[in-house]
Design a protein around this ligand. Structure first.
Ligand SMILES: O=C(O)CCC(=O)C(=O)O
Length: 289
């Protein structure tokens, strides 16, 4: 398994990521890493966490399944997070001297699932604030651009928080441990623009991707639209969320999703703190002066 990146992440890559709030990189992880994550996802589905639940199930029993923050109990995830070059990739793109692992989430669609992830941002609804948050979106199977996650280039710099769906409503089984977000107290948020609109204003962008390719995006970048699989296609995605130097704990009055404020408080973290605890291990540090 490749422990170092297969090619250098250059200043041009970092500049593209910073300009667009996202970047596609091909062939980052070798097949052994993908097989390991896939085995971890199978294990995780057999023993979901309290947060694991379906987001959608249609009349044909086609399902979209989600789970998160399972990595300490899933040895395959843990090995990937601690030993793969994912932390370095995040650090170099974010231009951060240090990188801490925040959490993982999996998005698993059965063949033909039509459920599209709603357009949303991450960082405004996480229990942290900071420009240097990112997701590494790693499909474990081939996916066409029409079904892959799309990003709205540049939206991380619009300086706005957008009202988005309460993801707790995606819960066909009425699962008890699903965080609900009541965004009604969010006075400075503006309505999510019509990203799919016919005006063609927002240019949502997605790519054909093969296992080993990654889409890395800033936590403020609007993303969504994935789904709409053709009849035989399934979509198994592992995502790793990373935080850089400028990230601080922030509990949002308007609701958090996922809401890690309890875990953070138990680990002794308070609003304004860095994430410097074992809960969020530092997994990469730049050696540049
Ligand atoms: O893969 C998906 O459909 C959703 C991914 C996502 O929203 C995320 O990683 O934040």
């Amino acid at each position: 398994m490749n422990r170092s990146l297969p090619y250098a992440i250059t200043l041009d890559h970092a500049a593209e990521y910073d300009r667009d709030g996202a970047i596609l990189l091909k062939g980052v992880f070798d097949p052994d890493w993908i097989a390991l994550l896939d085995a971890g996802l199978t294990r995780s589905r057999e023993a979901p966490t309290d947060r694991g639940h379906a987001w959608d199930r249609d009349d044909n029993q086609r399902e979209m399944y989600y789970d998160t923050f399972a990595w300490r109990g899933i040895p395959e995830y843990r090995r990937f997070i601690e030993e793969s070059p994912c932390a370095e990739l995040a650090g170099r793109l974010m231009g951060s001297k240090t990188v801490r692992f925040f959490f993982e989430a999996v998005f698993c669609r059965s063949p033909g699932c039509q459920f599209r992830t709603p357009w949303h941002q991450d960082e405004p609804y996480w229990s942290v604030d900071g420009y240097q948050t990112c997701t590494v979106w790693i499909p474990l199977v081939p996916v066409t651009a029409a079904s892959a996650l799309a990003v709205v280039p540049g939206s991380h710099r619009w300086g706005k928080r957008f009202l988005q769906a309460d993801f707790g409503q995606f819960n066909p089984d009425g699962h008890g441990k699903v965080p609900h977000s009541d965004f009604s107290g969010l006075t400075d948020a503006v309505p999510m623009p019509d990203i799919d609109g016919e005006s063609g204003t927002y240019h949502p962008t997605s790519f054909d991707m093969a296992p080993g390719d990654v889409l890395v995006f800033n936590g403020r970048t609007i993303h969504g639209g994935s789904g709409r699989l053709d009849g035989n296609q399934e979509l198994r995605v592992f995502t790793a969320k990373w935080c850089g130097d400028d990230v601080r704990v922030a509990f949002k009055d308007w609701g958090m999703d996922p809401d890690y404020s309890e875990e953070m408080t138990s680990a002794g973290l308070a609003p304004g703190d860095t994430l410097a605890t074992d809960l969020y291990p530092e997994l990469w540090r730049s050696t540049a002066p």
